[in-house]
Design a protein around this ligand. Structure first.
Ligand SMILES: [Zn+2]
Ligand SMILES: [Zn+2]
Length: 352
């Protein structure tokens, strides 16, 4: 009797855990990624594609994509709408509101709340310019709070006292968004997890493209922390900041404004799980995987610069050798002409 009763907590836990997990999964709001993103053009002057494409994943989760012709970075931005507040993740690569009507579009998408628009919080995945150039369009707008992308602002706004440890929570009203530090691509990178849709917004930390590595050890640790955080949570998709691969897995040329046959935007939890092992085998320069490419830009640039320098040095060495040889040949021929007897012209031989 006594023995049986000691097992009750364990039995209860075994019964409760699957039920709790099922409840969490069933609460996830589904959405659709059935959309064809505009591909930009070979001749951007001749295209009529709009600068900004808007797709509703579900009514309260909006994906905005900047056209490759507006800027080759072609960023993805995300608008999450709660009952009390909306959240915009990243402002993209274009500052000029005439070329990229970002703030106007976002404000239009916001629902009304008591006669005014829902308050908007603007945050960033990280500090790179292609993720925050549109900030100027939101500065000073009523009802808009803009968090600067520098590390001090990110730490103090989200309350990260032990960066890069910890998780912050944004309450949008019936919708909690978790924020996790994820340095490695850039020192103040964060990743967002949305409780409503189970979407992960991963910026440039994980996307179908070149994962530019700034600090490989930090990158790997960030991946492990994110895996640990997501282990007990459902993940619908991982949505990054760019698409830089085509459907065959080949990268587009850096700087191109034409993205024909793009790979789909979404990565999966399996891609995240593969990341630590990818870093374990990383040669420090370049590694290609089916859904992403590890790329240490500064080291590759340094290696390329060293290669160019070696070619220049070799070229100069060859030129010096050729010049020396030529000088030697000239010296020999002039010495030969000085030692040979003068040629006497026989006046008689040239007569008509
Ligand atoms: Zn970046
Ligand atoms: Zn980027």
């Amino acid at each position: 009797m006594t023995q049986r009763s000691t097992h009750w907590p364990l039995v209860w836990l075994l019964l409760w855990l699957p039920l709790a997990y099922t409840a969490a999964v069933s609460e996830v709001v589904p959405g659709t990624l059935d959309v064809r993103w505009n591909e930009g053009a070979k001749d951007c002057a001749a295209t009529s594609q709009p600068p900004l494409q808007v797709h509703a994943y579900e009514p309260q989760t909006i994906i905005l994509r900047q056209n490759p012709c507006a800027d080759f970075e072609a960023n993805f931005l995300y608008l999450l709408i709660g009952s009390r507040k909306a959240l915009l993740i990243d402002t993209g690569a274009v500052a000029d509101r005439n070329r990229m009507p970002l703030a106007a579009t976002v404000l239009q998408l916001l629902p009304d709340a008591g006669g005014t628009k829902l308050p908007l919080l603007v945050v960033h995945t990280h500090k790179h310019l292609d993720h925050r150039s549109g900030d100027v369009q939101f500065q000073g707008l009523p009802g808009v709070q803009l968090v600067s992308a520098d590390l001090d602002s990110v730490r103090s706004f989200f309350g990260f006292s032990r960066w890069p440890e910890g998780v912050a929570h944004l309450e949008l009203g019936g919708r909690i968004v978790d924020v996790l530090p994820a340095p490695g691509h850039q020192s103040c990178h964060v990743v967002f997890y949305d409780s409503r849709t189970a979407l992960v917004f991963s910026g440039d930390f994980l996307m179908p493209g070149r994962l530019l590595v700034d600090d490989a050890a930090e990158y790997r640790q960030s991946a492990l922390r994110l895996i640990d955080f997501l282990e007990a949570r459902p993940v619908s998709h991982i949505l990054g900041g760019h698409i830089e691969l085509d459907a065959r897995g080949d990268t587009y040329w850096f700087g191109t404004q034409y993205h024909p046959n793009e790979r789909s935007l979404a990565l999966s939890n399996a891609d995240l799980l593969a990341l630590p092992a990818a870093f374990d085998h990383f040669n420090g320069f370049y590694a290609r995987y089916p859904d992403f490419v590890l790329f240490h830009s500064t080291r590759i640039l340094a290696a390329e610069a060293a290669g160019v320098l070696a070619v220049v040095v070799a070229g100069v060495w060859i030129l010096i050798r050729l010049w020396k040889r030529r000088r030697l040949r000239m010296r020999r021929s002039s010495a030969g002409s000085e030692s040979s007897p003068p040629v006497l012209l026989n006046k008689g031989s040239g007569g008509r």
